[in-house]
Design a protein around this ligand. Structure first.
Ligand code: UGA
Length: 470
């Protein structure tokens, strides 16, 4: 039987909140600390704050019991053996990560640290952050033997965060001594021993008793680099396939076939080879910039990452050009836009390509009726309705009398629309799909002009269907 380890998680954002409830699910008592009283009260009262599968269920199981929410970091520090720092590391103006929140937390921990603790970096941080945290603690009067700083990066994706946490491909622990490593091993023992996967009420996923996740022990600096390098590599894979998709468009080839042909090579693998409107979210754009900034500071030329960013930015502009080519002029056109979140299954709109594309279309003089199953509320805070922008109650209401329908987020339901109904509602039967959710042949059969990414455009079998309807 694994033993419960008292844990504090500082920060109740995506990573912090998910880590807190998942550690509780693994059997550990957890105190989740946030300095935002409103957020803490909301969590205490059962609000999950984010749209995430399994989160309501786990919060329901452990809220105010095995997971407590508080603003009191001093108390959480005293009561825990391991303190996970999961606060934001936003992008600064120069591209590097702004670590001021991490520093503030380290200084506050220092004030109440009287017995040995492992301080764990869970936020995505540049290499050397562990040394800065150690220095901050020592400068604030903590003796060196009272703490170790460990890096334990998180690889969860929004939308599948809980399953990713409890069924990880790997657990990376960067620790420079055995005492600290042993505590992290104990914390993850329910997963690495397979014990968790025997539970009947456990969240299911790809790990099992016979195939538990491996724990990779590295130096602290290597673990810090593993996180940045992994995200930068995934972003590179996406930009690579987007560049290939542009080539496919020029050559009249099909990027889906190319990606499949590449992905069957086990050295390349099929994942993250979906072309689209570019990557977004709170991680890839920020982490690619931060990784490049770290390299630069160390005198390493990593301009490959500049190209990754360049392709990503171009992909959004290319999409707008496709809409223009499909409609001739953009000024005065009425567009139905499906998707606001940066990807499907989330209400997160941070760095969402959809929002940027809508802004470009509005600037071009289009009017937009937008719909997203989860992200409308958040979007209205940054792009309020009014003028040429309105929000629709569903995909069909957005499509009514529009000159074209655009798909910008890969929600599963956008790939299952009633095509006959859409065809009747749209003014012109034109779909520009930035996520390749449909088979071009099917849309052409249904009378649509269908433009997607890296695949030949499809045209209606019936000649008249892109002519304005009465
Ligand atoms: C990403 C990583 O996948 C996680 O491993 C990591 O833990 C997380 O960042 C983080 O650092 O916290 P996430 O941002 O939730 O997770 O989203 P992804 O599923 O990776 O998608 C990122 C973006 O790439 C989305 O805009 C998505 O639409 C796009 N994407 C993804 C593509 O355009 N093509 C693909 O093949 C895959």
């Amino acid at each position: 039987m694994s033993k419960p380890i008292p844990i504090a998680v500082v920060g109740s954002g995506y990573v912090g909140l998910v880590a807190a409830v998942c550690f509780a699910e693994m059997g550990h008592p957890v105190i989740c600390v946030d300095n935002d009283q409103q957020k803490v009260t909301a969590l205490q009262e059962g609000d999950t704050l984010i749209h995430e599968h399994h989160l309501p269920e786990l919060l329901g199981r452990y809220r105010n019991d095995r997971v407590r929410f508080t603003t009191d970091l001093a108390e959480a520090t005293r009561e825990s053996d391991a303190i996970f720092i999961a606060v934001g590391t936003p992008q600064s103006e120069t591209g590097d990560a702004d670590l001021s929140y991490v520093e503030a937390v380290a200084c506050e921990i220092a004030r109440s640290l009287t017995s040995y603790k492992v301080i764990v970096e869970k936020s995505t941080v540049p290499v050397y952050t562990n040394e800065w945290i150690s220095r901050a603690l020592e400068r604030n009067g903590v003796e060196r033997h009272l703490f170790d700083v460990v890096s334990n990066p998180e690889f969860l994706r929004e939308g599948t965060a809980v399953v990713d946490f409890l069924h990880p491909d790997r657990i990376v622990v960067g620790a420079d001594n055995e005492r600290a490593a042993a505590i992290l091993r104990d914390i993850y023992a329910p997963l690495t021993s397979g014990e968790y996967y025997q539970r009947e009420d456990g969240i299911s996923g790809c790990c099992s008793v016979s195939e538990p996740p491996p724990l990779l022990l590295t130096s602290t600096k290597s673990a810090e680099i593993i996180k940045h390098a992994s995200n930068a590599f995934l972003a590179l894979k996406i930009s690579f396939i987007n560049a290939v998709s542009n080539l496919c468009e020029a050559a009249d080839a099909n990027v889906e076939q190319v990606a499949r042909g590449m992905g069957l090579d086990t050295r390349i693998g099929p994942k993250f080879l979906r072309p689209g409107v570019g990557y977004g979210g709170s991680c890839f754009p920020k982490d690619v910039a931060a990784f490049r900034a770290v390299a630069e500071q160390m005198g390493i030329d990593f301009s490959l990452l500049t190209e990754v960013e360049k392709i990503n930015a171009q992909q959004k502009k290319r999409f707008v050009s496709k809409v223009r080519s499909a409609l001739w002029n953009l000024r005065g056109k009425k567009l139905a836009v499906l998707g606001l979140a940066f990807k499907g299954d989330t209400d997160d709109i941070r760095e969402s390509p959809a929002i940027e594309i809508i802004r470009m279309l509005l600037n071009e003089g289009c009017s937009v009726a937008a719909f997203d199953p989860a992200a409308m509320e958040r979007t209205q805070q940054v792009l309020p309705a009014g003028g040429k922008l309105r929000y629709a109650a569903d995909a069909y209401e957005a499509a009514k009398d529009a000159d074209a329908l655009l798909i910008l987020t890969d929600w599963a339901e956008f790939g299952e629309l009633d095509l006959r109904r859409l065809n009747q509602l749209l003014r012109y039967s034109i779909i520009v799909d930035g996520r390749n959710l449909y088979d071009p042949a099917v849309l052409s059969d249904h009378g649509f002009t269908y433009v997607s990414v890296g695949r030949p455009a499809a045209h209606p079998i019936r000649e008249t269907s892109t002519v304005a309807k009465a």
